[in-house]
Design a protein around this ligand. Sequence first.
Ligand code: ATR
Length: 276
Amino acid sequence: MEKLYALFGCPVHHSLSPIMHNDAFQNMNIAAHYHAFHVEPERLKDAIAGVRALGISGVNVTIPHKTAVMPLLDEVDPTARRIGAVNTIVNRNGRLIGYNTDGPGYVRALEEEINVDIKERRILLIGAGGAARGIYVSLADRGAKQIDICNRTVSKAKQLIDECNASVSSVVYSLNEAEERLGEYDILINTTSVGMYPNMEEMPLSLANMKEGTIVSDIIYNPLETKWLKEARKRNGIIQNGVGMFVYQGALAFEKWTGIFPDVQRMKKIVIEQLR
Ligand code: ATR
């Protein structure tokens, strides 16, 4: 019987996940279908009950449900618990188990696209929201030497570090302070939505003090190259856009559901075609 996989979010109509996962199922001759469901926050509990009632095999959870879904599950993986967010649910014989593949997906994309060894690197994260939290925990688990965080609201960055309890050295800066110190870092990562369509003239941070050869990574994928990445390219940075994180979080979810790691190059091609 064909299996059903779902995305729960609000909104979901622009999501590229259905096209990406359905192509992978087809390509591998797996009898399964992925469908996006618009779920309002007050219906999340019912939606999860629906997963149990209908025997939906796996779910991706997106904004605004990633934290709210946790108490509705039978088990939450320890990394997802530290991140404080679940984006992938596996239905294992009726038990719903929550994972986070966003942070691990980001790290895997960085390692495979840029070919960087994260160990011993000095990293600056810009932003302190949900995406930053996943990336922070996953980079720390991978052995980063130093992960500093700067954010418009400095107290939120402090809170992130206190709550994530990662074994890495971290200092918190205001955006202005971080701009001054940019030359100290090997990798700069924008985790905020600054520069995303339609506000494409905005930049999260000035790159005036960045050193040549710095890896500059933006989790935004629409536009494919933000103004910030264009600026980094001009300054001879090694740049990475957000397609990799999106594709790898999906690929890791796909692997959790099916046991098979899909063809990420194919997934990337499909996503980029949609964004062009
Ligand atoms: P997500 O879960 O996608 O990370 P979020 O939790 O809303 O989203 O976090 C958004 C991040 O982008 C925050 O770090 C936010 O800064 P604040 O903590 O000060 O709100 C940052 N951000 C959003 N819009 C911004 C802007 N115009 N300038 C600077 N930072 C901004």
